[in-house]
Design a protein around this ligand. Structure first.
Ligand SMILES: *Cc1c(COP(=O)(O)O)cnc(C)c1O
Length: 416
């Protein structure tokens, strides 16, 4: 763990002057409590991850997938973390850090609502007031998550600017923070934003690979040949890769959302994918220099993915750097292949993955012969939140693998 603020040309602190005191205070707290374990911060973090979060989480051999692909396939079961995804590792770490810093209020942004939900849970657990900024479009399409946040006692504030999605919600949360830094901590949801967030969020998520690296050596007697994780902002990939980065023989694969196509629709200015590592260009977004989906004028493009959690135009600066140096391979999988992989993992293994996670399995399905004998795939989250989407999308598509949907056709919509 180290307090890097730059990763090659990426990263940095591109923030308004008003935010610099907050950034400096946070950097100091990160170094003392997280890196130096002052006041036993990391011990308390680990205790709470165990008792509240349910860690350590299993590394499970996937018997059917291993037979199908003729190699050892292991699942890191991050879907079993409290809340149903890896996001709580980071949310709990940051809310606890805010407590150690003497802050009295938590704010966060959310897109699909997964990070907002994890933050609201962590804030309730640690008895901190919490306000979540969320685009109005996202509120309308993510009602269950909005209700989860409210149930946990968080305020949900609609953001009406722009198209009312994640990008605007982040900007609004930064604006709040600039005027409330004295008593408020901003819990960023991924390895993005100005330093120290990318390094700090990575360190909170690194518990995934810390466990997995030990577990795979116990189970397979060796390190894996390949480790796969899906990449939205990149916290799941950075956490899954962190303890393997120095193992040069372990291949690291960041699987992005290829959406419906990798090419840009010039007329609408929409990128029908979220593959910023594969197709983005260098620029500054939300306080950091990184790879971004942008048009020729540098305007941020709207991204698309079948999975809301991968639908972001940027990506973490350290991940972008690791791809540039060749340590991490950036690959992508389209909506159809992710949906097929969702059904494959559910049918073969009895594990219903989040649509984000399904992208990693879509890559495994198409490229397993190149991945070596022992493969670890991180199951970043469970699929319960995606079932409505999966029903609709499965009915609309001609997939090579899917359950019989006739029962839904007979009774029509609204079955769930
Ligand atoms: C949010 C989310 C992701 C993507 O976010 P990262 O910042 O890339 O980790 C992946 N999987 C699940 C289940 C998620 O909820």
């Amino acid at each position: 763990m180290s307090a890097d603020s730059k990763f090659g040309d990426y990263g940095g602190q591109y923030v308004p002057e008003a935010l610099m005191p907050a950034i400096e205070e946070l950097t100091d707290a990160y170094e003392r409590y997280v890196l130096d374990n002052e006041d036993g911060f990391m011990d308390e973090f680990r205790d709470r991850l165990r008792d509240f979060g349910g860690r350590p989480l299993p590394l499970q051999r996937a018997d059917q997938l291993s037979a199908r692909y003729d190699r050892e396939v292991y699942l890191k079961r991050e879907d079993l973390l409290h809340g149903g995804a890896h996001k709580l590792n980071n949310a709990l770490g940051q809310v606890l850090l805010a407590k150690y810093m003497g802050k009295e209020r938590i704010i966060a942004e959310t897109g699909a609502g997964q990070h907002g939900t994890a933050t609201a849970m962590a804030a309730a657990h640690l008895d901190m007031p919490c306000e979540i900024y969320m685009g109005k479009t996202d509120i309308a399409r993510q009602r269950p998550n909005v209700f989860r946040m409210r149930t946990n006692g968080a305020e949900v504030t609609p953001v009406t600017a722009g198209r009312g999605t994640l990008k605007e919600a982040i900007s609004e949360t930064m604006r709040d923070w600039a005027t409330t830094v004295e008593d408020t901590h901003y819990v960023i949801g991924s390895v993005v934003g100005p330093a120290p967030f990318p390094a700090m969020v990575r360190d909170f998520q690194a518990v995934i690979s810390e466990e997995a690296r030990e577990q795979i050596q116990e189970k397979a007697g060796r390190l894996p040949d390949a480790v796969l994780a899906c990449a939205g902002g990149g916290s799941n990939t950075m956490g899954t890769f962190a303890h393997f980065v120095d193992d040069e023989d372990v291949g690291l694969y960041a699987v992005e959302a290829g959406g419906s196509s990798l090419s840009v629709d010039e007329e609408s200015g929409v990128a029908p994918n979220s593959a910023s590592l594969s197709t983005g260009d260098e620029g500054v977004l939300h306080g950091a220099r990184t790879k971004i989906l942008q048009d020729a004028d540098g305007q941020i493009m709207e991204s698309h993915s079948i999975s809301a959690g991968l639908d972001y135009a940027g990506v973490g600066p350290e991940l972008a750097h690791l791809v540039d140096t060749g340590r991490v391979e950036a690959v992508n999988v389209d909506d159809d292949a992710a949906l097929e992989a969702f059904h494959r993992l559910s049918q073969d293994e009895g594990v219903i993955p989040a649509l984000e996670t399904a992208h990693a399995f879509g890559y495994l399905e198409k490229n397993y012969s190149e991945l070596g004998d022992v493969v670890v795939v991180n199951v970043s989250g469970r699929g319960d939140k995606d079932l409505e989407t999966v029903i609709e999308e499965t009915m609309e598509r001609d997939l090579s693998i899917a359950p019989d949907m006739s029962v839904f056709r007979e009774v029509g919509g609204g079955a769930l």
